[in-house]
Ligand binder design. Structure first.
Ligand code: ZN
Length: 393
């Protein structure tokens, strides 16, 4: 959408590893007129020989025709076994309903999991135009262009289409109790739906994106940060297993040079937050130590479940004979402060600046080789390999 993340594979992979995440799946987003295989070739140029940890791709579907369908079959055979579909982002990434249905039918036929970003694109567009026409241009209005009801409708839409197409879907970045409830309702009807939330929705709320001043742009992402009351529902769902994974949707862009492009128009603020470096430490400090989740649950939602859902288990997500020795030895005695000054993520701020953490990875290995020790990256910076994945469970 007109810019690139401030992280590249070199910086993000080191940031992930230092924070105790040993593998990630990136989104390959083809342009509307770009064929999926060309987009993958473009991503390969950025990733090949550049990552310290293993990685894979989700292939986003940005239009539907015979060429796209043929190439998607090829892509799935090559081990990219999950699709990403955006209901949001009118004019760039959003699919029409007919395209959405065709894509889900193919996903069902090929037995791949479809990750769906659930915000209704038309409503977001209408609300954005209305707010701008009323002179409401600051970052604090971003929330009102995508209120919970717009996400809830998106989840209703996606789960209904999945039900009729017989497809399995994975609701990404679930931000609030209302949309979670709709996803649960679909699950109870027998729709094969899994749910992701992200660490920022568990810990940050709408107030961060309201100011003071343009500083709020640091907290602009979609779906937006919600009213604090939603966090209790999300934590309960993480604890009880209704939410399957806690991810990051790691999408760093610099405040000074990139997010500032939206100084006079919130719709031009780059969307997304960094998070991959802090996810596990935040889950431990503010989840486990606050008695919101057990240590076992942390391991499950941060590692085992993602590996299972996305066809990497038991190669990843398990400590067992034959599995990759991607290990995190965690030091629960460590006390530290999160800061952009000391992070490995390549971005000029940290949304959790000044937050204390109790615990961090002490030693991290990638396939048996030590890559992080005492918080420092000490490993082979290009040890990471692209992972061909199995069909999803
Ligand atoms: Zn998304």
């Amino acid at each position: 959408m007109g810019t690139v993340t401030s992280d590249d594979y070199a910086s993000v992979s080191r940031a992930a590893l230092s924070g105790g995440t040993t593998c990630f799946i990136d989104f390959v987003n083809p342009g509307r007129d770009e064929n999926p295989l060309d987009a993958i070739a473009r991503w390969d140029e950025r990733s090949a020989g550049c990552s310290a940890c293993d990685f894979s791709y989700h292939i986003a579907i940005s239009r539907w025709d015979d060429v796209v369908e043929r190439q998607l079959r090829e892509i799935v055979s090559a081990g990219i076994t999950s699709f990403k579909i955006y209901l949001a982002y009118k004019g760039t990434l959003a699919l029409t309903d007919t395209e959405l249905f065709r894509a889900l039918e193919l996903a069902a036929e090929l037995n791949v999991l479809t990750a769906v970003h659930c915000e209704n694109a038309a409503l977001v567009d209408i609300l954005q135009q209305r707010l701008l026409a009323e002179g409401k241009c600051g970052p604090e209005w971003h929330y009102w262009s995508r209120p919970p009801i717009v996400e809830t409708l998106g989840v209703q839409h996606a789960t209904t289409f999945a039900e009729l197409a017989g497809a399995s879907i994975y609701i990404v970045h679930t931000s609030c109790a209302d949309s979670l409830r709709v996803a649960m309702d679909a699950k109870l009807r027998g729709v094969n739906v899994s749910v992701e939330t992200c660490i920022q929705y568990l810990l940050l709320d709408k107030q961060y994106a309201e100011g003071p001043g343009f500083n709020a742009a640091k907290y602009i992402l979609s779906p937006p940060l919600r009213e604090k009351g939603n966090q209790d529902a999300l934590w309960a769902a993480v604890r009880d297993g209704f939410i399957n994974t806690v991810a990051t949707d790691h999408a760093p862009t610099n405040f000074g040079t990139q997010k500032s492009a939206g100084r006079d128009d919130f719709t031009k603020i780059t969307n997304g937050l960094p998070g991959v470096e802090d996810r596990v430490n935040l889950l431990y400090t503010y989840g486990v130590l606050k008695d919101r989740i057990s240590l076992e649950r942390l391991v499950d939602i941060a590692s085992t479940q993602p590996a299972r859902l996305f066809g990497l288990y038991p190669r990843k997500g398990a400590i067992a004979v034959g599995s990759d020795a991607d290990l995190v030895v965690y030091d629960p005695e460590y006390d530290g402060i999160i800061s952009a000054e000391t992070q490995m993520t390549n971005v000029d701020y940290n949304p959790y600046e000044g937050w204390s953490i109790s615990g961090r990875p002490d030693v991290v290995t990638v396939r048996g080789e030590i890559v992080v020790e005492n918080g420092a990256f000490v490993g082979d910076p290009v040890r990471g390999r692209f992972l061909k994945r199995e069909k999803c469970e």
